[in-house]
Design a protein around this ligand. Structure first.
Ligand SMILES: C[S@@+](CC[C@H](N)C(=O)[O-])C[C@H]1O[C@@H](n2cnc3c(N)ncnc32)[C@H](O)[C@@H]1O
Length: 223
């Protein structure tokens, strides 16, 4: 998969995938989108309804931006987090070292943690801080079997127009089963078809205001 570094409107990097004609994040701002969809609408919502530690599953680790934002938030909230990240096509190290998230977030003091998100072993639980533990799984969502259940899923697949096989009833059933009761899934995509499929498998679906440049996003609760 050939990927090219691009800059989004908030100054933070994203990657453009030539084969799919798709990018990893909103062109309006990668950091802006990650904070809005996954941290504000996902993590903060779940943290206010659950006792810690919080177990998170990310579909598509990619650049590691959401993992890094979550690690930063675990410190701010003094919240223990166990973070499982699934990735089928890990990034090459030379691309990772070019990403400007550490400087955009002004987090030079924990630059090594961003690198460790990528350099840490797969299929192992690794503590990156006293509060944040990561478990990376290399494989596809279609094939993986989850041994754990999660409070929160960051569903950050490529869009349904270019990767429809990630947005099916079968996949959402699998993710529904992987959630704890009252667990929630957040995603940047609020297409009608996606909301209908989520409802069909049993989720209670809320369309929330999206990040700048996007009208809506989705938070789906396992009720
Ligand atoms: C929209 S990108 C988002 C990545 C990441 N969350 C980020 O902020 O950089 C989608 C990610 O899903 C991964 N992916 C694609 N197909 C997958 C599959 N079948 N199973 C697991 N991950 C997949 C891609 O390699 C890519 O890293």
């Amino acid at each position: 998969m050939q990927r090219t570094l691009i800059k989004t409107e908030d100054g933070s990097h994203s990657l453009y995938v030539n084969d799919l004609d798709e990018q990893y994040h909103s062109k309006h701002g990668a950091i802006q989108e990650g904070k809005h969809v996954f941290i504000e609408a996902g993590l903060k919502h779940v943290a206010s309804h659950n006792n810690s530690p919080i177990r998170i599953l990310e579909i598509g680790l990619g650049t590691g931006l959401n993992a890094f934002l979550t690690l930063i938030e675990s410190e701010k909230l003094n919240l223990p987090i166990h973070y499982t990240a699934l990735e089928a096509f890990p990034l090459e190290l030379d691309l990772i070292t070019e990403l400007n998230y550490v400087e955009c977030l002004n987090e030079e003091r924990i630059k090594n943690k961003f690198i460790q998100i990528h350099s840490s072993d797969w299929e192992k639980e690794i503590s990156l801080s006293e509060l944040f533990c990561i478990h990376k799984i290399k494989g596809t969502l279609q094939e993986v079997q989850f041994d754990e259940t999660y409070h929160l899923i960051y569903f950050d697949a490529f869009g349904p127009a270019v990767q429809p096989e990630m947005w099916t009833e079968e996949i959402f059933n699998k993710l529904y089963s992987a959630l704890k009761p009252n667990g929630c899934l957040v995603t940047y995509c609020a297409k009608g078809e996606v909301k209908r499929t989520l409802k069909k498998v049993g989720f209670t679906v809320a369309a929330l205001p999206g990040p700048p440049g996007k009208r809506e996003m989705v938070r789906a609760i396992k009720t």
